[in-house]
Design a protein around this ligand. Structure first.
Ligand code: NAG
Ligand code: NAG
Ligand code: NAG
Length: 223
């Protein structure tokens, strides 16, 4: 009676485990089937005056057909600001005009590799804001989008400098510490050997040697 109860509860455990697992798999599969994942860096820092590649790639269940595929690269200065489209794909690449990025935009992706990255030349302070990469690839029903929180800086942040300094300092310090340790160990071993030798010899000789070297203190320290 006791055994069968245990068996039954084990069976129930297994069934419920399988249910949970199955449910999780369903969720994952549903997610894969429905979502068109767009991958961007959610946060980017760029140095004033540099050329910056805004990377954007996507997954789609369907191969790209140039006649159906479409995408927009847009920019807005703040969450509540107006959107500016600075690169668009609709049958072909379109570079809209009359905006702050005019003449600085280059497509640097590869449509065959689901890569719609763009490069902006000569980044300016007021290019800070939100860049959005939006992709439609029918018959994929879902539209994918990725948003980059883009921040332009005028100098290399001091944090990085100090981390490098800390790394260099730590390595040099660590190296020195190891070196000193090795020296101390070698010295101690030598002294111990010497003392063993000395203890085998006569006391008069020992005194003479130690005085001559002046290392009586260290000799006792290392024992
Ligand atoms: C941005 O960089 C340019 C040189 O690339 C420099 O002349 C300019 O002063 C910089 N702007 C700011 C605000 O630091
Ligand atoms: C791109 O923008 C155009 C017009 O603003 C819009 O009609 C189209 O649906 C957008 N495409 C994507 C993929 O967001
Ligand atoms: C966004 O802009 C609208 C007007 O265009 C304004 O009414 C609203 O308060 C703004 N929201 C924020 C969060 O700034």
């Amino acid at each position: 009676m006791y055994l069968s109860l245990q068996k039954r509860s084990r069976l129930w455990m297994k069934i419920s485990e399988a249910c949970v697992l199955g449910f999780a798999m369903l969720l994952v599969m549903g997610h894969l089937a429905s979502a068109m994942d767009v991958t961007v860096l959610s946060k980017m820092n760029a140095l004033n005056g540099t050329n910056v590649r805004l990377s954007c790639t996507f997954n789609s269940c369907y191969k790209i057909e140039n006649s159906k595929f479409s995408m927009n690269w847009t920019y807005k200065e703040c969450h509540n600001c107006t959107n500016v489209t600075f690169l668009q794909y609709k049958h072909k690449w379109i570079y809209p005009k009359d905006h702050q990025f005019e003449g600085r935009v280059n497509f640097t992706g590869n449509l065959n590799k689901n890569d719609v990255s763009v490069t902006i030349k000569n980044i300016q302070i007021d290019d800070s804001g939100l860049f959005t990469c939006e992709v439609k690839n029918p018959p994929d029903r879902q539209q994918g989008r990725g948003v980059i929180d883009f921040n332009v800086i005028t100098e290399v942040p001091p944090e990085r400098d100090s981390t490098i300094a800390v790394i260099i300092g730590a390595s040099v310090g660590g190296f020195l510490a190891v070196l000193i340790l090795i020296l101390v160990v070698v010295k101690c071993v030598r002294r111990r050997k010497k003392q063993e030798l000395i203890s085998d010899e006569q006391k008069i000789e020992e005194e003479g040697k130690m005085d001559g070297e002046g290392g009586t203190e260290e000799g006792t320290k290392c024992q």
